[in-house]
Design a protein around this ligand. Structure first.
Ligand SMILES: [Zn+2]
Length: 88
């Protein structure tokens, strides 16, 4: 994790592993969450509960989750391409 610059994958549309058709991008709606977003996010590591604010996120990167869906079989694949921000 020393090279801070673009070690993240370029977002791309995957193909369904079963049907080999291009999947449709979407997202997993969330109630307005702790990131101030309606999009679910992926955060590295184990959740650590804090007494005041739920799970502690200090210094962690959060990656918004893109959910691709296969129009033929309905399979979902979740990708977290790039972090949206680092939590203070
Ligand atoms: Zn499929």
């Amino acid at each position: 994790m020393s090279a801070e610059r673009s070690r993240y994958p370029v977002p791309a549309v995957p193909k369904c592993p079963d049907c080999s058709t291009e999947m449709t991008p979407g997202f997993m709606p969330d109630d307005l969450n702790m990131f101030g977003s309606n999009q679910s996010a992926w955060v590295e590591g184990q959740p650590v509960e804090s007494l005041t604010r739920g799970v502690k996120l200090s210094g962690k990167l959060s990656f918004p989750i893109t959910a691709f869906r296969c129009g033929q079989c309905g399979l979902l694949r979740l990708y977290a391409f790039r972090p949206s921000h680092r939590n203070g």
